[in-house]
Ligand binder design. Structure first.
Ligand SMILES: [Fe+2]
Length: 194
C-alpha cells in the first residue's frame, strides 16, 4: 500500500551542523507489505523499513561524498519518519536520545560505530559499543541514548527510522561518570519548533 510522503519538510533532525535544507523530497515512498496506518510499528517493522530504504539511500542526491554530516527526510507517515544521513570519515553525532520514539538504523554504505549509554544501578553509566557494517542494522526503544561516529576511512550512508515521529532530541554529556542533559531540541513533523 502506498503511504503518502509528507510535505517537503527537510529541516534536519538537529540543528548543530548545517545540512541541506533545500532539496525537496523527490521520491514517492511505496511501503512494501505492511500498512502501518495509524499504529506505531514494532521494532521488526522499523528495521525492515530502514533496511528497505537503505537500498535506495546510496542513490539519494548529494549523499555519496559529504564534506560534513548531512541529512534529508526520505519519507514519513503520520507515525513513522525516515532520514538518510551521510557521514564523512570522522563524522559524528554526540550523545542524544530520541524522546519517546523508538528507532532503527540501517547502514547502506561504509561502517558506523554506535555507543549506547545506560545508567547503572550504582548511579554511574555503562557504555556498549556496536559496530554496524554495510547492510547491518540496529533497533532501539524510546529513551535510548547513544552517539554514532564514522571511524572508517570512507564515507558512510545510513537510514534512521523513528516511530512515533520525533518530537524531541535531548543531548547529553558525561560529567564525573554521570549523565547530564545539556539541551533539548523539539520537533513537529520533521521541523524544529521553539
Ligand atoms: Fe540517534
Amino acid at each position: 500500500m502506498a503511504i503518502a510522503v509528507s510535505p517537503p519538510a527537510v529541516l534536519p533532525p538537529d540543528d548543530r551542523v548545517a545540512g541541506s535544507r533545500e532539496v525537496a523530497i523527490s521520491w514517492q515512498y511505496q511501503h512494501v507489505g505492511t500498512d502501518v496506518g495509524g499504529d506505531i510499528p514494532g521494532s521488526e517493522t522499523l528495521v525492515a523499513t530502514a533496511v528497505e530504504l537503505a537500498g535506495r539511500a546510496t542513490h539519494w542526491p548529494g549523499m555519496t561524498r559529504p564534506a560534513q554530516r548531512r541529512w534529508e527526510l526520505m519519507a514519513a507517515t503520520s507515525t513513522v519518519e525516515a532520514w538518510v544521513i551521510a557521514w564523512p570519515p570522522g563524522g559524528a553525532i554526540e550523545l542524544h536520545d530520541h524522546g519517546d520514539s523508538a528507532g532503527a538504523v540501517a547502514v547502506a554504505a561504509g561502517e558506523l560505530v554506535e555507543t549506547n549509554i545506560v545508567s547503572s544501578a550504582s548511579g554511574g553509566v555503562v557504555l556498549r559499543t556496536t559496530t554496524i557494517p554495510t547492510n547491518g542494522s540496529i533497533s532501539f526503544a524510546g529513551r535510548h541514548i547513544h552517539d554514532i561516529v564514522n571511524l572508517g576511512p570512507v564515507p558512510a550512508i545510513s537510514v534512521h527510522v523513528y516511530a512515533p515521529r520525533l518530537t524531541s532530541m535531548t543531548y547529553y554529556r558525561v560529567v564525573e561518570g554521570a549523565l547530564e542533559a545539556r539541551s533539548t531540541i523539539r520537533y513537529r513533523f520533521g521541523e524544529v519548533v521553539p
